[in-house]
Every structure is written in C-alpha cells, then in structure tokens.
Design a protein. Structure first.
Length: 64
C-alpha cells in the first residue's frame, strides 16, 4: 500500500470534511454518532480513510 497522497484522496477527504456525521463527531466528541464514526471509519468509509491519509488524524478526532 502506498502512502502517497493522490488527488483522489484529497477529493475523498474533502467529502469527509463536509459529512454531517463526521463533523458532529469532530465537534461534540460524544454520543451515538461519535461512536458510530469512531468504529466504522476504518473499515467501511473510503472518505474517512482518505481523511486519515491526507490529514494524519482519524475522522472523529478534533482538528488541531
């Protein structure tokens, strides 16, 4: 697996930035939506995976 960030990764990560569930999880850091994003992001969501690849943090973690 390559660690090079592609344009496709950047577009998918942008989708994660616009995702209502991920935004809620990043802001509130609690609740059912936070739990869902935290446990689903690595396995199923390509946008969350791209977010991690581009920004180096999980989709549920608050911005630096």
């Amino acid at each position: 697996m390559t660690t090079e960030v592609t344009e496709r990764d950047r577009r998918l990560a942008e989708g994660c930035l616009k995702c209502p569930a991920c935004n809620y999880a990043r802001k509130k850091q609690r609740g059912v939506v936070f739990w869902f994003v935290k446990h689903i992001e690595d396995k199923f969501c390509p946008m969350c995976q791209a977010y991690y690849k581009v920004y180096g943090r999980k989709a549920h973690e608050p911005p630096a």
